[in-house]
Design a protein around this ligand. Structure first.
Ligand code: TEU
Length: 536
């Protein structure tokens, strides 16, 4: 099978917030269908859909009640099939979210097959990612069940072979329908240490991140399902380091094609976790991305991302969403898209969409944010302090509706949106993509380069200016081609020696250089040397 996904660019859709076709304020599949031409125009190859399965939406679809049914608010199986056709007609592929570390507590397995879940007479001290204990007492059974996420997301017992076979059967059912792969939710948490030891300060992660049987389970899944199809697989893996990544993605290991690491996303937080804000040190980011680039070279495969439905908007996070919004959005895109791996674009990133700052907690919808707020308020932490963290890191930053145009509700819905639209939509919306300097137009170019220039897929990586706290620069080299990428992560103008090669792309109008390279605030410049003719 070809490794087509090595040259692909993936676009993530969070259906609830993408496009509402029927005015109920919730995005839906017909809405996605209406926007397929927009996605084809961008030039992406693969669409990854966050969960569209039947769900009571305690965690917006990541709590699945029925894996073989479409969520009512999103439409019907018929709509789904029409969407899949529309995607394929346009030469794109469709990847589903596979959430099989846990189900909803409303899944019929939970009552009919309790042996598919994890029960204990006594809980250990593990804490849930969504606050409080990871164990919930069940009155009927008089036992506790494990839920690493919300109490409406009981963890599945992967030790049970029948459960595993049920999951594989369900996967085959979707693949036989024609879907082109899976993004696997927290798939490195499916194997738990069967002694269930307490964790230090309630941190159970050493006992279920990359657990004892995880590779065995993924190899079994590969053998029984994945290897029969020409698909792409990406495992979401908090707590996976490069050593783990090589095991999960090494081609001879027959597990997955690539994983999502969290390491670069955790650099701007303190020891207590994501809500403890800490400024990013650029040298930390460079060191980390370098490590992944170098260690996985010819040993595995990287996924490249700045954003998803769980992360704040990158332009507000590592860029400057005020004076230099467009420049910094393009600079960040440049930095990421010339790396080796498969890039992921999250809806609205291609417009330079920003974080939102609602003043009232009542405007927030995300269970992680709401549970954290409640727990910390009860401990006496002031409202203002918590809002500061939420504004910087809350998942709803990514979940405000897609900004299509400057009409009411940004053209997302004719009804009341399930979460408020970011008030900056008159300025930032998809209609503006036609402007000459649009962020969208810049993403189109980056996506196209990946198809044209082999060095982006194949080249090695070398970090330049290692100690510089403002400049992220690197080269990529393969055969007779070389790319040199310079990104100014600051507002400070800089002068540096002019690299060799001709300018491939930059995020500012060209300027006279007199033998030095002058980088303006958040400027990105990429140089190319090689056999390809550029700009003809
Ligand atoms: O997220 C996995 C995960 O570890 C999250 O807790 C993530 O770290 C957090 O959102 C960052 O603050 C996946 C999904 O992407 C997420 O949307 C789900 O809520 C979660 O799994 C449970 O299914």
């Amino acid at each position: 099978m070809t490794e087509w996904w090595k040259k692909a660019v993936v676009y993530q859709i969070y259906p609830r917030s993408f496009m509402d076709s029927d005015g109920d304020g919730i995005g839906d599949i017909q809405g996605i269908i209406r926007k397929l031409d927009y996605l084809a125009e961008l030039g992406v190859d693969v669409l990854w859909l966050s969960p569209v399965y039947d769900s009571p939406n305690d965690d917006n679809g990541y709590d699945i009640r029925d894996y073989q049914k479409i969520m009512q608010e999103f439409g019907t199986m018929d709509d789904f099939e029409r969407m899949l056709e529309g995607v394929h007609e346009r030469g794109m592929r469709l990847v589903m979210d596979l959430v099989v570390n846990h189900t909803s507590d409303e899944h019929n397995w939970f009552t009919q097959r309790p042996d598919y879940y994890i029960w204990k007479d006594q809980p250990n001290n593990w804490r849930s990612f969504f606050s409080g204990s990871a164990w919930q007492f069940d009155e009927e059974r008089e036992q506790y069940y494990l839920h690493l996420f919300s109490k409406k997301q009981p963890d599945l017992n992967w030790e049970n072979e029948e459960l595993r076979n049920e999951v594989y059967k369900m996967m085959r059912w979707w693949l036989d329908k024609g879907v082109d792969g899976f993004r696997m939710d927290v798939i490195n948490m499916i194997s738990k240490d069967q002694d269930f030891p307490d964790g230090i300060d309630g941190d159970g992660t050493p006992h279920f991140f990359n657990g004892p049987r995880v590779h065995e389970f993924l190899q079994e899944m590969n053998e029984k399902v994945l290897s029969d199809y020409d698909i792409v697989t990406v495992g979401e893996m908090p707590g996976a380091a490069t050593e783990d990544a090589k095991l999960y993605t090494g081609p001879d290991r027959r597990e997955l094609n690539m994983i999502f690491t969290f390491e670069h996303m955790n650099l701007d937080q303190g020891p207590s976790g994501k809500w403890e804000l800490q400024p990013l040190r650029l040298t930390d980011l460079k060191e980390n991305l370098e490590k992944w680039q170098v260690e996985l070279f010819e040993k595995g495969w990287n996924s490249l991302y700045w954003n998803n439905h769980d992360q704040p908007r990158i332009v507000s996070r590592f860029g400057n969403d005020a004076q230099y919004r467009k420049q910094s959005a393009k600079m960040l895109a440049t930095c990421l898209h010339f790396l080796q791996g498969t890039p992921y674009i999250y809806q609205g990133e291609e417009l330079g969409m920003t974080n939102v700052a609602f003043s009232s907690i009542d405007e927030y919808r995300d269970i992680e944010t709401l549970n954290m707020y409640k727990e910390k308020r009860a401990q006496g932490i002031p409202h203002e302090e918590l809002m500061k963290s939420i504004h910087a890191k809350g998942r709803d930053n990514a979940r405000t509706p897609m900004q299509w145009d400057d009409s009411l509700n940004a053209g997302f819905t004719k009804g009341d949106p399930w979460i408020s639209v970011n008030p900056n939509y008159p300025e930032i919306n998809a209609e503006k993509r036609h402007e000459a300097d649009s962020v969208f137009g810049y993403y189109q170019k980056l996506i196209a380069f990946r198809k044209e220039l082999e060095v982006i897929t194949k080249g090695n990586f070398k970090l330049l200016h290692r100690e510089d706290e403002e400049i992220f620069a690197y080269t990529r080299r393969a055969a007779d081609e070389q790319l040199t990428v310079y990104c100014n992560f600051s507002e400070t103008p800089r002068e540096l020696p002019l690299p060799t090669g001709q300018v491939l792309i930059g995020n500012y109008p060209p300027q006279e250089n007199q033998g030095v390279m002058k980088l303006r605030p958040y400027e990105a410049l990429c140089f190319y040397e090689g056999h390809q003719k550029i700009g003809e």
